[in-house]
Write a new protein. Structure first.
Length: 250
């Protein structure tokens, strides 16, 4: 067997336990994106990329797609290009953390960089949709422009709330796959589907037809808003049970 091929295969196997726990992960992230991220992480390991460099490559794919959404008139070719770029960027976003855990090189700076990029895309992807709808779409009413505005608000609050809650719950770092005591719930993953960025990436295949696109896009927005309204009280209760004070909080 070729040494490179063997090393790549070993990296993929090792990465199965270097990823975050699937507990609570939405369905696309669990079944598609994390396995794709393992392959990207193994490839990055082969060519000698660092986790931060993988984060940078992910950002290039993602923000190229976001710029195309805002500036290029919708068409089938543009929609397919945007969707594929977003999906590749998301796969690479899963790869940087897996690579860091595989190499034992995770750092606060790397986590900070990853979260800054994620927070930027969380807001700007919906603002790009807003710009595109305003410039190119023949909407029956301007009130539909409120959909990407509301989605940007909801998604930003969800992202910040989830990241902060997870950080306060597990200050030592994310739970890993090998630490799971029970099989993650498939039902829970399905119920979290509206919050799944991967599904948002997929619906951009319909972006060539703005009024068609707005149907699943609006459904995802409403589902995400509903999930957030249910999650916020539970997260607050969980954090309220923490015994010791956290520096910088009240």
């Amino acid at each position: 067997m070729d040494v490179t091929t063997k090393s790549f295969a070993n990296s993929v196997r090792a990465l199965r336990t270097a990823q975050k726990s699937n507990r609570g992960a939405p369905i696309y992230s669990r079944l598609v994106n994390r396995p794709v991220g393992r392959v990207f992480a193994a490839l990055a390991h082969q060519v000698g990329l660092t986790p931060n460099q993988v984060t940078g490559v992910s950002a290039i794919f993602t923000f190229t797609a976001i710029v195309l959404v805002a500036l290029v008139p919708p068409s089938p070719a543009a929609a397919a290009t945007v969707a594929l770029l977003l999906m590749i960027g998301y796969g690479l976003d899963a790869a940087d953390g897996q690579l860091a855990r595989l190499l034992g090189s995770g750092s606060p700076a790397g986590g900070w960089l990853d979260h800054v990029c994620d927070s930027a895309k969380t807001a700007t992807i919906h603002l790009a949709v807003l710009v595109s709808m305003y410039r190119f779409a023949d909407l029956p009413t301007d009130l539909l422009l409120l959909v990407p505005i509301c989605y940007s608000i909801v998604d930003s609050v969800l992202f910040f709330g989830f990241i902060l809650t997870d950080s306060l719950r597990r200050p030592s770092g994310p739970a890993l796959a090998q630490a799971e005591n029970a099989r993650p719930s498939v039902l829970r993953s399905v119920l979290a589907a509206p919050t799944d960025y991967g599904i948002l990436c997929l619906i951009f295949f319909a972006f060539a037809w703005p009024q068609v696109f707005l149907v699943p896009y609006g459904i995802l927005m409403l589902g995400t808003a509903g999930y957030l309204l249910l999650a916020l009280p539970r997260w607050y209760r969980d954090i309220s049970r923490l015994g010791s004070p956290v520096p910088g909080t009240r």
